[in-house]
Design a protein around this ligand. Sequence first.
Ligand SMILES: *Cc1c(COP(=O)(O)O)cnc(C)c1O
Length: 407
Amino acid sequence: MTDRPIEEEVRVLKPRRAAPADAVRPTRAEISLTALRHNLRVVKNALHQEQGPSPAVWGVLKADAYGHGAPAVARTLERAGIDGLCVALLEEGVELREAGLELPIIVMGGYYGPHHRGLEDALAHRLTPVLYERGQVERLRHIASTQPELSPSGERVNFHLKVDTGMARLGASPSELRELFDEVVGSPGLSLSGLMSHFATADDPDPSGAMVQLARFRAVAQDLAARGLEPKQLHIANSAGALRFPNARLDATRIGLALYGIEPCPLGDTGPELRPTMRVRTEVVAMRTLADGDRVGYGHTWTAVGERRIATVPIGYADGLSRALSNRGHMLLRGQRVPIVGIVSMDLTTIDVTEVPGAALGDEVVVLGAQENERITAEEIAEHMRTIPWEVVTSISRRVPRFYREP
Ligand SMILES: *Cc1c(COP(=O)(O)O)cnc(C)c1O
């Protein structure tokens, strides 16, 4: 067996710790835990059902809680009464357990390594695996029967099945899933506690695609029930699906983006009033006055017209400030929008502060979020990047230290 070399390699590949909180560079991401709690509250209110039980709200904390820092976000949500957490990777779930989280945690990504060996790790950390292949179910059954110490107090091992209702990415097709049922029915050590799927077009103004997926999902759940399998948790909705479609809320909802205060799609006047949780700020570290015709930055892509005041800020594309913002994006200084001029480089960016009276060394510069009455949203940055706000927040890199603020 090659176990040892692989483990040694894994040790070498362990991620370095995030930027230390005492980093001297003034560039930081400030995470508002108050806004996070507010967003959980308004999402819960929005999903509240007048009749029948309201759906459980699970926080989606994959990718280091969308760049906010998973352990702190998880602890805050746990204390604020969230019902459970979802991560994409096994190692993301392990990180949360090692941070002391007690909530149910679902590993949605369904990848447990060669021969599904990671499933043991999942059970040892009381993580709920999502499965969609026969080999995975067989492996889980084998573990449950041979390592009873991995099942909580002799109970059966919980898992969820994932059905592909139209995303065509991960999950068993409805017909493959029906074949898996027999495997599950014949497994005394296992308990199918959930059935999940995922919307491909929940944010599309046209709801028909999501409704087709929902109908397929319900059909699979009915087939399960006919076999005597009635998972307690049927779940299909992400933020957009849960907020837009009451009939898609089912037993539980998987809420990512909305918790971080970003609308997953235009929700109109009836949508919850979300507050952005991440603010990225830095400070002016250099100032210079350019004469008419002087040029700025790599490639000399920007030329001063008349005399201009240029400020340099220590944040660049290695921090997750996209190069697509070169000569297009804005930052905030003394409550005013100022344009990014020249090319965003790896560590530094230049802004034109000519129009800001008194702009000086050490002034705070906001890259994402609010300053006085102005605001740079993730949506605005996403537009320049031709991407979605999810990518804007998950791109803020590890070398930007996260500071947690109340409020
Ligand atoms: C990321 C993810 C979610 C959360 O989506 P949001 O749009 O951010 O709410 C839910 N379910 C699955 C399977 C996901 O991968």
